[in-house]
Write a protein of this length. Sequence first.
Length: 126
Amino acid sequence: MADLVREVMTPGVVAVRPDASLVEAAQLMRAQGTGDVLVAADGLVVGVLTDRDITVRAVAEGADPLTVSADAVCTPLRATIGPDEAVSAAVALMRAHAVRRLPVVEGGRTVGTVSLGDLVRPREAS
C-alpha cells in the first residue's frame, strides 16, 4: 500500500470560477473525463463541485443549470492535504470532514486531488 498522498493522488487541477454556470462545469467535466472540478477564485480553492452535486442539488430541485453558479451548489472547501503527508492522514481528514475528495496543496498551489477512489484503486508495482 502507498504511504504518501503523492503516490495515490490524481495530479493536475481541473477548476472553474465560482460564477461559472453548472452547464460550463458539466461541459468541462465531460471534456476532461472527470466527475468533479475544483471551484477556485483568484487561485484559491473555495469548494469542490461534483456531477452528483449538479444532479442532486440543482437539477433535482428544478434549478436552471444555465443560470445557477458553481459556488451555489458546490461543497465548500473544508480541508486540504499536502502531497508528502501520509495516506492515513488523508483518510482521517475525509472522515473528520465527511468529504470524498481533498485538494492536494504544495507551496500554496493546488497540485492535484485525492479521492476515496484514489485510495482504493490498485496501483501498478514500481
